[in-house]
Design a protein around this ligand. Sequence first.
Ligand code: ADP
Length: 417
Amino acid sequence: MNTQLQRMKRLLEVGRTLNTITELRDALLLILDAASELTNSLGASILDPEPDEQNLRFLVNTPELQMLQTLLIPIDESIAGLAFRNKETVVVNDIRNAPRHSRLADELSGIFTYSVVACPILFRGEALGILEVINKANGANYTGEDVMLLETLAAHAAIAIQNAHLQQQLEETREEAKRLDKMKTDFIAITSHELRTPLGLILGHSTFLRELVSEEYHEQLDTIIRNAMRLKEIIDSMTRLHNVQSGVASVRRRTVSVRKLILDSLAAVRKDAESKGVTLGFDIENSDLMIEGDAEKIGVSILNILQNGVAFTERGGYVFVTAEEVPGYVKIAIKDNGIGIPAKDLPHIFERFYQVESHLTRKHGGMGLGLSVAKMNIELMGGRIWAESTEGQGSTFTILLPLDADQARAADKVFIN
Ligand code: ADP
């Protein structure tokens, strides 16, 4: 006979063990064993509703009731169903007084049920299922203490079931995220490939036409060429991403001047900055600073950040570039006093196609690819890139690049996130 203290200990042990079990079935079996043993019952089961909520099915049983596993219990004609609908424990000590009892289970199991406790498994007011015990030993009556024990165990079951649901949802969300990420990868691969050739033809032919036609048509052709060039930039970004994604991209290291890289990029945005009234500035600590790196990839990365700096800074603002040597690296920072980036968006801005403002309402062009290209390029060289920003005050993008190939190889091992 279990003393009250022994029962309490057993309950405590179930609670502790449950924390270490990851499989729902194992957790529920542990609960059933305790339920059956502590209430001196012949056996115990956990049932849950079918999706249409017409029947309950047996989720798990103790071995004595294993033969019930495939049986469906009609919710409106069973004791378990009554407990499920009313969300209240039902105790039946003499089955002859229970008109709702379904005899199906007895017929299938060959066990005559004479007493039952059906206890709802409740989570936030919702019944997730039923914990049921049958036939207390020696024809004894189920007591208030039995009910309390079962309700405690049902609460454990509720948490275990809920955790399993959450785990499943998490896995589904992960799968969905993976699927979406693959769609982005495929989209980039297909678009960069399929648009390149027709666009090359448009550009080639319109440039050729411009030479042939009289000056009065130059303006129209210039518009075509300018916009085709803009499209080409977008496709170039996609191609760069695709090359890194598919492992085709390689790093061509040469010794390049950091000053030249920065000045070339600044020159490329000068016209836009001037027409917008944004001041450009720089401060390069050591004008002889050289780096072993891929000039094209570094240049594109700095340029993309500078273009954003100019685009997201109001008239009268500035974009300022600094470069300094830190042990083993060069640190390039691009700071603006523009609109800044909301804290909730900051962790995402390097993702492909991510844009803070909705694409439909925003004033600036772009596809949300510039920063992801920069990040892939910089990381390909063993470098790092990150952003700090305060909404309404401005942003600083920092690039840390290894000074030479040896440092880059060492950084590869250090910077794996
Ligand atoms: P896009 O080409 O659309 O600008 P990016 O990948 O370069 O895409 O940038 C992603 C988003 O990050 C931008 O759409 C913008 O909302 C935000 N962003 C990037 N740089 C800045 C900046 N300097 N100031 C404010 N927002 C920025």
